[in-house]
Design a protein around this ligand. Structure first.
Ligand code: MIC
Ligand code: SF4
Length: 650
């Protein structure tokens, strides 16, 4: 075996606490830092409490409030207060609403090369831009990590993405990740990490790298990482944190499972077209499409560089009368800097709406577009209905292309549209404006702190151990690439994240509005529910509600052709069996309403044998693979992680 190591190996091997670091093996790693956000964090903190920890054991844990900041009704504000008091009590830093989007603030204020970061949000890999192994997971996994427990993952294959050339004017980092999405697609990339390298890395600033690693989440890879180099040092220095710098490069001769080269000089501006981040087309092919709304922001493209570029291009011009332009800085640091240097005034003067430094439009809780609208966004997801308007078409682009659309009222290739204008050169500031006063420090001794619990907050629901026989009904059959947004809508349903009973009413709301009622009726009659799904089930968000709420409705198994990593882990954490068709064609023969019996479930799971489902109507058998590690078997059999921990401590 070669002694030369790639970056992934270097960082992971320093953090391994169990297992052998070979692709495909289950390994446990030590987690140095965690982040949670309010939409997933309340459940994570409730679970942290249920697990009985009395203080976080990580180097840094930060609780951000950035998702549910609309506060229509008392529920979100109550959750914020709950999170604030939990943070103070247990040793967590608390980033107040208004301080910015978790991933951007974390990159600016806490990210450290060579460290591991686990976050209850699928875009945690943003931290890969600063040379961390930063992984998204369900809230329960993050709760365990906050308490000092290991995080378990499949040791990844590593794809090297070699960047060569230089980006042309009006082509930017977003176009790099869109090009990779075009190559790799959004499915079939589980248990892979992407490592960037090559001569062009040095031409990209840390926030530009973070745009690329952020949207790596859409590939379905575990994470993406950049080297830590002189650009990283300068970024940390400008954030007043140079002492956190370590240089990290791959060794010469490091080995990879696959290599892809992207020549930045040859890239053309692109967009992810409705309704998948993998549906990438060149903007020149879409040119002329009328645009109604343009939104610049989100954890992908709202850095200082992105907002300054937006301002410089808009300066002295007016937004097309047909277009509603919204701009949201990714952090309060950026908002304050652009307001002090005058750039914000140029954006305001152009006719833009200034939105809060928060997730906002990206999670669909505000500024929903009109019926049948075309909306151009610099964010990372355009799943069906996520904008809040099911009939809207959402295209994901770079800020350059978004500004071209805002000014012209049409989708335009910015290279062509701005051909007579100079491309503004945005220099990285040598000193960012540092003011951490909206990050509250925890109490040194939290024992006297009383936790605030509003009426919307319930205890995490419990589950029964896995039954030996499933007498089940296929209560829904869904297609390929079903995202966790399809399973558990966010938007105006977000305020129920802490109220599982209520939130469960909306499971598969857009797929089949009668699903929740049907599933609950089955449960009450003692019939187990099974979800039948196609390829790449559970893409997208890490929201564990897409497992907890089905669990609450009595779902015992998901039979799928294939499944995405975070969602599979969440199902296991909540005692739902992730099962895979041994013969994928069996997917086609099952229908919603089929009654199935699955016998000897516990024994087969324990022994790692196939399960066999028998259809009552015609005796048809369907063989199902259930591939679980020993630790996962325990969880599934116990009815979830909380049960398995409790039964061990008895
Ligand atoms: C998302 O971008 O889909 C979210 C909203 O940030 C989610 C988390 C959530 O559903 O709360 C994610 O990416 O994990
Ligand atoms: Fe927030 Fe959107 Fe980023 Fe998710 S993808 S963390 S909703 S800004």
């Amino acid at each position: 075996m070669s002694s030369s190591k790639n970056i992934v190996q270097k960082i992971l091997e320093q953090h391994i606490v169990s297992g052998t670091p070979l692709a495909g093996n289950a390994v446990g790693i030590r987690v140095d830092q965690t982040l949670t956000q309010d939409a997933t964090g309340t459940m994570a903190c409730l679970q942290f409490e249920a697990l009985g920890f009395n203080r976080v054991k990580t180097e840094v844990s930060v609780s951000y409030v950035d998702h549910n900041t609309i506060q229509e009704g008392f529920e979100n504000a109550d959750d914020h207060k709950y999170l604030e008091t939990v943070a103070a009590k247990y040793g967590i830093l608390f980033s107040k609403p208004g301080n910015g989007i978790c991933h951007q603030v974390h990159l600016e204020r806490f990210g450290k090369p060579g460290k591991t970061l686990l976050g209850s949000d699928s875009h945690t890999p943003t931290g890969g831009g600063i040379g961390m192994i930063a992984i998204g997971a369900g809230g329960l996994d993050v709760a365990v990590a906050m308490g000092g427990g290991a995080f378990y993952l499949t040791y990844p294959k590593v794809i090297k993405v070699e960047l060569t050339g230089t980006l042309r004017p009006w082509v930017s980092a977003k176009d790099v990740i869109l090009a990779l999405l075009e190559i790799l697609g959004t499915k079939g990339n589980t248990n892979v990490m992407i490592e960037y390298g090559g001569p062009a890395v040095g031409t990209l600033s840390v926030p530009e790298r973070a745009t690329i690693t952020n949207m790596g989440a859409e590939l379905g890879v575990t994470t993406s990482v950049f080297p830590s180099d002189e650009k990283t040092r300068l970024f940390l220095k400008a954030q007043g944190r140079e002492e956190g710098f370590t240089e990290i490069y791959a060794d010469a001769g490091a080995v990879y499972d696959r290599a892809i080269t992207i020549d930045l000089s040859a890239l053309e501006p692109a967009a992810a077209c409705p309704h998948s981040p993998g549906n990438v087309k060149k903007l020149s092919e879409l040119s002329g499409t009328k645009v109604d709304q343009v939104l610049i922001g989100s954890c992908t493209n709202a850095s200082y560089r992105d907002i300054m570029l937006t301002a410089a291009v808009l300066k002295g011009k007016k937004v097309s009368p047909q277009v509603s332009l919204g701009v949201a800085c990714g952090s309060r640091q950026v908002l304050e800097m652009v307001s002090r240097n005058g750039a914000l005034a140029d954006i305001i003067a152009s006719g833009a709406r200034i939105l809060e430094s928060a997730c906002g439009f990206c999670i669909g809780n505000s500024v929903a577009p009109r019926t049948d609208a075309v909306s151009i966004r610099t964010s990372n997801r355009n799943f069906f209905g996520r904008s809040g308007t099911s009939s809207a078409d959402v295209y994901l682009t770079s800020p350059e292309a978004a500004v071209a659309a805002a000014l012209s009222g049409e989708i335009r290739d910015p290279v062509e549209y701005f051909k007579n204008s100079e491309y503004p050169k945005i220099e990285m500031p040598s000193n960012f404006l540092i003011d951490d006063s909206m990050i509250l420090k925890p109490a040194a001794d939290g024992s006297n702190i009383e936790i605030f619990r509003g009426p919307n907050i319930g205890a995490p629901p419990s589950n029964d151990p896995c039954p030996d026989t499933l007498s089940a009904s296929v209560s829904i059959k869904v297609g390929d690439k079903i995202t966790t947004d399809h399973i558990m809508p966010a938007g105006n349903r977000l305020k129920y994240r802490s109220n599982i009973q209520k939130y469960a009413e909306f499971v598969f709301e857009r797929e089949d509005p009668r699903f929740a009622k049907r599933a609950l009726e089955n449960k009450n009659k003692g019939i187990h529910n099974i979800i039948v799904a196609g390829e790449s089930y559970g893409q997208g968000s890490s929201r564990e509600h897409a497992a907890i709420c089905p669990m609450f409705l009595g779902v015992k198994m998901v039979m799928a052709v294939s499944m995405e990593r975070i969602h599979r882990a969440n199902l296991v954490n909540f005692g739902i069996i992730p099962a895979f068709f041994e013969t994928p064609a069996d997917y086609g023969s099952l229908e919603c309403g089929d009654s199935l019996t699955v016998s000897n479930v516990r024994k087969c799971i324990e022994n790692g044998e196939n399960l066999v489902a028998v259809r009552k109507s015609d005796g048809k058998t369907v063989k199902l693979k259930v591939e679980l590690t020993d630790r996962e078997k325990e969880m599934v059999l116990a009815g979830g992680l909380l049960n398995s921990i409790k039964s061990k401590s008895k």
